[in-house]
Design a protein around this ligand. Structure first.
Ligand code: AMP
Ligand code: MG
Length: 331
């Protein structure tokens, strides 16, 4: 597939045009790459069962080969062919799919090692987005799709950002505007239903899963689970070019005082200092939705010295938001 030219097509958010979906599905079926919206962030999709196609994802993103991909499905029957299901996984799928919950399960051999980064397990989810579901269904194959950004950059929440990172590297971008949630899915390992592990907090609050199952999910910092952690967490992630500083109720160190008027602030409440740029969100959900695009916006302005990000409360999507801010600040 020729991909020195990347096409971007606007697609209807609620009723994706069948002609455009067919065109995109043809690219997937001939081993090409299509970026498409999901409810979390934009994904960079390839046929998950075609190792050559999957390799192109890693090349386009500059992603380490041992960082496994998430498989996206559009119906429940598809799942049986791909992974070994247990009862807990089944009821979670019924309750939370389509939606921002990714389940890690033991993989069947049909899934190439390239897709699962050499592991015995694989991550799988059903996205809650009409374009994503139509594309997967029309392609008639699971689609492997990490976020459609260059590795190490914040995930894209709109198609123009995908274009900036991926132009010339992929075949097609389906553009349905801004996504609904803005941070990636929650990833849990349910391969052992008696010991459910949180691999990555995200779009679905873990309290909802715990209340539904009446069990406690084990988080990475509650125990010495380093080895069990999601392979992706080894890599620097979600980091803009500008240093991100976590902000409690004031700047954490006097040394930043001289840079306030060259710095940006994002958060839920007005800061005490007079930052050059101030972006206030009226809810934790909107903060999560706007985080990555704020990072990108300030990067583009070039004149911002630091980004101060207010530490949000850690319930619901707040836990995922805390995680992304923490990672950005580690850069
Ligand atoms: P993304 O780059 O947003 O697609 O992230 C996918 C996340 O899912 C990464 O953090 C991966 O490490 C994680 N993941 C995918 N497959 C597996 C797996 N088999 N076991 C554990 N984590 C996985
Ligand atoms: Mg990613």
């Amino acid at each position: 597939m020729q991909n020195s030219m990347t096409q971007k097509l606007i697609i209807n958010k609620f009723n994706p045009e069948p002609e455009i979906i067919s065109q995109a599905a043809n690219i997937i079926n001939s081993g090409g790459l299509v970026a498409f919206p999901t409810e979390t962030v934009y994904g960079l999709g390839a046929n998950a069962l075609n190792p050559e196609a999957v390799k192109k994802i890693f090349i386009a993103k500059g992603r380490p080969q041992d960082n496994p991909l998430i498989l996206h499905v559009s119906n429940f029957d598809q799942v049986n062919k791909l992974v070994y299901l247990n009862d807990t996984a089944k009821i979670l799928m019924r309750e939370f799919w389509p939606g921002p919950l990714t389940l890690v399960l033991n993989a069947k051999n049909i899934i190439p090692l390239e897709t699962r980064g050499g592991l015995n397990t694989v991550a799988i989810r059903m996205p809650d987005n009409p374009t994503a579901l139509a594309l997967i269904s029309k392609s008639n194959t699971p689609i492997a799709a990490p976020s459609a950004n260059l590795s190490g950059k914040p995930s894209p929440t709109d198609a123009n950002t995908v274009y900036n990172d991926m132009a010339g590297k992929i075949d097609l971008i389906l553009d349905s505007g801004s996504v609904k949630i803005g941070i990636e899915s929650t990833v849990i390992d349910v391969s052992d239903p008696n010991k459910i592990l949180l691999l990555r907090p995200g779009g679905l609050g873990i309290e909802l899963i715990e209340d539904f199952l009446h069990v406690k999910i084990i988080s990475p910092d509650s125990d010495n689970l380093k080895l069990k952690r999601s392979p992706g967490t080894r890599y620097r992630h979600y980091a803009p070019n500008i240093p991100v500083i976590i902000y409690g109720s004031k700047i954490p160190d006097e040394k930043y005082k001289n840079y306030i008027n060259e710095s940006a602030y994002i958060g839920l409440e007005m800061p005490n200092e007079n930052f050059k740029e101030i972006l206030i969100f009226d809810s934790v959900e909107n903060y999560a939705h706007g985080l990555f695009s704020a990072f990108r916006k300030f990067e583009d302005q070039h004149l911002i010295k630091y980004i101060f990000a207010q530490w949000p409360p850690g319930n619901g999507i707040g836990l995922g938001l805390q995680d992304r801010i923490k990672r950005a600040a580690q850069g």
